[in-house]
Design a protein around this ligand. Structure first.
Ligand code: P1T
Length: 389
């Protein structure tokens, strides 16, 4: 039985941990961190598997095996950040004159990267509301190469039908990229739904402890993998061995963490939905969410991210955020500690106010990454902060 035949929870712990090249010679239960930047060869023309750490490194190799295993794909690639993974996909696949269709609700840094690609490299990008698949179909041009999705999206938690969009894309010979950061492979496996490329900001749930910046690409197609691996090495956008080790370690508790993030989030979303000072709650696990049924069909859970609009505007939102004591006011998400932020002034400030308005990101919007603390303490902190405004 190979390690990849085991269930998801077992694979988060074991895949890659004891690579075959360790067997026989060493007996650590936890694989060491391989820091060497280069590898000796016995013969000039026979370099062996490891040559130079930018091209491949044993700790990264272990992690890439685990990435592939968890997303049910043939291949995994590690990157220095989520944005490094994204830039590599654009570098490898989007040339001047090519067209990309993106979800109109995406992480602000991803939109900023798209704008750079448009301005400096002559690509065309259209952002559409992908929660209605027909909007994708309408935006297709003869030169469209990629469709770029997040589901749920950042920060409005919109859900799109990955399978339906993949069918449209493949009919038109286009590729689908899904950023699976918000659910992690514990709750959703986009490649099983037809996505060609799965992307992660590893910084978030996969590493899980707010102490690593990392990215990943998982995919099945060998030619595409070889192209992306070539670009990973030529651009040099690789993670350090220490960061790879941190992710291998963090991943071992992914299943436990995701369950707790989700059960806390469901209770807190319900609390917020009933709060008199809250105008609207965005959480895919609430029956009131417009794409609740799609989420239920394509994922096994709804995750730990919630956004909500506070009654009032920016002033009330800022007062509320600055009154919290247990929630940490910070960008990022997916760590064990609860984080809270104002998308308009923080994570999505790199796009214009006009673009935020078009995407529906209001000044009263607050985004919460629910941690794994005791939910009673989290609700008590929210309650005292609501009391201050
Ligand atoms: O930060 P980095 O590891 O480079 O990942 C970028 C990224 C990509 N995709 C999604 C869905 C993301 O949320 C992010 C990063 N997001 C934040 C820092 C944030 O607070 O939303």
């Amino acid at each position: 039985m190979s390690k990849n035949d085991h269930s998801f929870d077992t694979r988060t712990i074991h895949v890659g941990e004891r690579p075959e090249f360790l067997e026989g010679s060493r007996n650590e239960v936890v694989a060491p961190i391989y820091l060497s930047s280069t590898y000796a060869r016995k013969e000039v023309k026979n370099p062996g598997f490891f040559q130079y750490s930018r091209s491949q490194n044993p700790t990264r190799f272990a992690l890439e095996q685990r990435y592939a295993s968890l997303e049910n794909t043939a291949y995994g690639l590690g990157f220095a950040s989520g944005l490094a993974a994204e830039a590599t996909v654009l570098f490898a696949l989007v040339k001047p004159g090519d067209h990309v269709i993106g979800f109109d609700d995406l992480y602000g840094g991803t939109k900023r990267l798209f704008h750079q690609w448009e301005e400096n490299y002559g690509a065309k990008i259209s952002l559409v509301d992908a929660s209605q698949p027909e909007n994708i179909e309408k935006a297709i041009l003869p030169e469209t190469k990629l469709i770029w999705l997040e589901s749920p999206s950042n920060p409005l938690l919109k859900v799109c039908d990955i399978k339906a969009i993949a069918e449209i894309a493949h009919r038109h010979k286009m590729l689908v990229v899904v950023d699976n950061t918000f659910l992690s492979p514990y709750f959703q496996k986009p490649a099983d739904l037809g996505a060609d490329i799965v992307i992660h900001s590893i910084t978030k749930y996969i590493a899980g402890h707010s102490d690593v910046i990392g990215g990943a690409i998982m995919l099945n197609d060998k030619t595409l993998y070889e192209r992306l691996k070539f670009c990973q090495n030529s651009l040099g956008v690789v993670p350090s061995p220490f960061d790879c080790y941190m992710v291998l370690r963090g991943l071992k508790t992914l299943s436990l963490r995701m369950e707790k993030h989700q059960s806390n989030a469901l209770s807190i979303a319900t609390y917020l939905e009933n709060h008199p000072k809250v105008a609207r709650v965005y959480y895919p696990g609430l029956k009131s969410h417009p794409q609740y049924e799609i989420g239920l069909r394509q994922a096994s859970g709804f995750g730990g991210m919630i956004s909500f609009e506070i009654k009032g505007g920016e002033k009330e939102a800022v007062e509320f955020l600055e009154s919290l004591e247990l929630f940490t006011l910070a960008e990022s998400l997916g760590g064990v500690e609860s984080l809270i932020e104002h998308p308009g002034l923080m994570t999505h400030s790199s796009i214009t106010a006009k673009e935020r308005e078009l995407a529906g990101i209001k000044d009263s919007l607050i985004r919460v990454s629910i941690g794994v603390e005791d939910k009673k303490d989290l609700i008590a902190d929210l309650e005292q902060a609501f009391g201050k405004i």
